[in-house]
Design a protein around this ligand. Structure first.
Ligand code: NAP
Length: 247
């Protein structure tokens, strides 16, 4: 396979699992990272040692010029882009809405929403059959928090992911005839470092409350994402897939 996928925030957590799974499936993988260079290079090594191809590219998704440079690097290195996984995200400050600051919300939205939009823009410019592209797939990593609301904990985060779901629906309709599918995935409780901004033990406490009885490793999100990227999902677009163990 000569397909190329770009996964944002792929040095750690869910993004790293998606990148590794994509490498195993034969994609050439662009492992974007913001700060975690060593981790991203580790993901690249894992993919390459498994017989795949990957590169690590730094870029802060909240910086438009970084995103433009990131996609230019993909052009120069591979000359094509078949899938984008908008995975990079932060959860923001833990607490109630009556304690939020404008700055913390702006930082959250810059990464989780603006970053995803600008990455999607760059992907559409390359994938759209109206612009000479081959079509492609955009998978946006949303969250089960969109419908749970994350009260007393992360309401701004939940709202940022609500924006991602709406972007998914609108963009899918916009580019459906241009060969591009756009899908959102809503993970539930996944064991990654993102939970470190919550009080210790939250994940362990909440695990048994999930209908399926446990939190999940990132690989259980990567599987559905790889399916959605594949031709087996060729009629799936503009939809939101919950991957949350029944939450
Ligand atoms: P994580 O382990 O904290 O990883 C977050 C990733 O996002 C890191 O690779 C980080 O890269 C990257 N990132 C953050 N800010 C960035 C920026 N400005 N530019 C580029 N990359 C940036 O979290 P995770 O759980 O894997 O989260 C991945 C996605 O899944 C997020 O969108 C999150 O909202 C979503 N999600 C997670 C859960 C869960 O329970 N874990 C549930 C629902 C949804 P660097 O370290 O290189 O900066």
């Amino acid at each position: 396979m000569d397909k190329v996928v770009l996964v944002t925030g792929a040095g750690r957590g869910i993004g790293a699992a998606i990148a590794r799974a994509a490498g195993k499936a034969g994609y050439r993988v662009v492992v974007n990272y913001g700060r975690s260079r060593e981790a991203a290079e580790g993901v690249v090594r894992d993919i390459v040692s498994g017989g795949g191809e990957a590169i690590a590219v730094q870029g802060d998704v909240a910086s438009e010029s970084d995103v433009v440079r990131l996609f230019q690097t993909v052009d120069e290195r591979y000359g094509r882009l078949d899938a984008l996984v908008n995975n990079a995200g932060i959860i923001g400050a833990f607490g109630r809405v009556d304690a939020v600051t404008a700055q913390s919300i702006q930082e959250l939205l810059a990464i989780n929403v603006t970053g995803a939009f600008i990455c999607a823009r760059e992907a559409v410019r390359r994938m759209s059959t109206e612009r000479g592209g081959r079509g492609g797939v955009i998978v946006n990593i949303s969250s089960a928090a969109t419908t749970l609301g994350a009260p007393n904990e992360f309401v701004p985060y939940a709202a940022s992911k609500g924006a991602i779901n709406t972007m998914t629906i609108g963009l899918a309709k916009e580019v459906g005839r241009e060969g591009i599918r756009v899908i959102a995935v809503e993970p539930g409780l996944i064991a990654t470092e993102i939970h470190e901004s919550a009080p210790a033990g939250r994940l362990e406490r909440l695990g048994p409350t999930v209908p399926i009885g446990r939190v999940a490793p990132p690989e259980e999100v990567a599987g559905p994402v790889l399916f959605l990227m594949s031709d087996a999902a060729s009629y799936i677009t503009g939809t939101v897939l919950r991957v949350a163990g029944g939450r």
